[in-house]
Design a protein around this ligand. Structure first.
Ligand code: ZN
Length: 317
């Protein structure tokens, strides 16, 4: 079975570090990720540079990443203005976050749920107005879906209503996003099933997980058990968590790929290649801690890479 590992470090990671990675280093990082076999990369966010100066060069990074054939170049867009820029730059996939916590939505995007849905409708119309072969994939991401630092747990009914409103507004899929690192394996299974029950299995394909409380990879396994096959991750768990010193940000790509390959899943990604790409991040952000166990401990002796581990296990059994 194939699992798509979507690298979000250039967006989620870099927006949460103080330093700004130089544009040339971002390009080299993306090239190294592609060389490692990563086939989907969220390369930035089309937000005003004064809000997130670290991502001010997103249009240039999209243009650079697009030069790699077969790679899906994804970008975050907070609103129709950002989507215009993303379309102009040629992003293949747009993700618009909608925080299921309205308090969080107001604090982060300064928008109510109704206002975000209006933005989604406008972006969907913009996409539909383009020639069919130049329409990017459009994801509405339900953020803080596993809980919010301001509101705590969000009622299921509110989550389901927002999921169906996103689909009705013109999204191709809804993602479940553990913005706060509150997800647990039980909740992952429960919410995936619940939201799929509302909008259909095909409309819920991906999970965006953080490792704030150490359950990131356990949450991935829970997601796989209920049929999820796309997971966001970032190299070195870049960005950390401002509320939990020592905790990584997103789940760590290197560790995620190691776990998936050890179980016989196909990712198309070379861990050695990821470790090479990680060196570029370390050199460009020397003051930033990078997380992950595989980078520190190394691969097990005799590790042969994708597709081989399972066969060995079977022979042993
Ligand atoms: Zn995130």
């Amino acid at each position: 079975m194939e699992i798509l590992v979507s690298e979000v470090g250039p967006r989620d990671g870099l927006q949460n570090v103080k330093a700004t990675m130089p544009t040339e280093a971002k390009k080299a990082w993306i090239d190294a990720l592609v060389a490692a076999g990563v086939s989907e990369i969220e390369v930035g966010s089309f937000v005003p540079p004064k809000l997130i100066p670290q991502l001010a060069d997103t249009a240039e990074i999209v243009a650079h990443a697009r030069r790699h054939p077969g790679v899906t170049v994804a970008a975050l867009v907070p609103n129709r203005r950002g989507a215009e820029d993303a379309l102009a730059a040629g992003a293949h996939k747009l993700t618009l976050p909608l925080s299921v916590s309205e308090t969080h939505s107001l604090a982060n995007l300064r928008k109510t749920h109704d206002q975000v849905i209006e933005e989604v409708k406008a972006v969907a119309a913009m996409i539909r107005g383009r020639p069919e072969d130049r329409r990017p994939h459009f994801e509405g991401s339900l953020s803080t879906v596993f809980g919010c630092t301001l509101e705590g747990m969000i009622p299921d009914a509110q989550i389901l209503s927002l999921a169906s409103r996103l689909m009705e507004a013109g999204c191709d899929e809804v993602g479940l996003s553990d913005t706060t690192g509150y997800a647990t394996p039980g909740e992952v299974k429960r919410l995936v099933k619940l939201v799929r029950g509302e909008v259909g299995d095909a409309a819920v394909q991906g999970l965006h997980l953080h490792n704030t409380r150490g359950l990131g990879l356990a949450n991935v396994l829970a997601g796989i058990e209920v049929g999820i096959a796309t997971f966001d991750a970032s190299q070195g768990g870049l960005g950390g968590c401002p509320f939990a010193p020592g905790a990584s940000g997103n789940i760590v790509t290197e560790d995620l790929v190691f776990m998936l390959q050890s179980m016989g899943f196909t990712t198309g990604i070379s861990i050695e290649g990821l470790l090479e790409a990680r060196k570029i991040v370390a050199a460009a952000l020397p003051d930033e801690p990078l997380y992950g166990f595989i980078a520190d401990a190394g691969l097990p002796k005799g590790w042969a890479g994708e597709g081989v581990q399972t066969r060995n296990l079977k022979e042993d059994a």
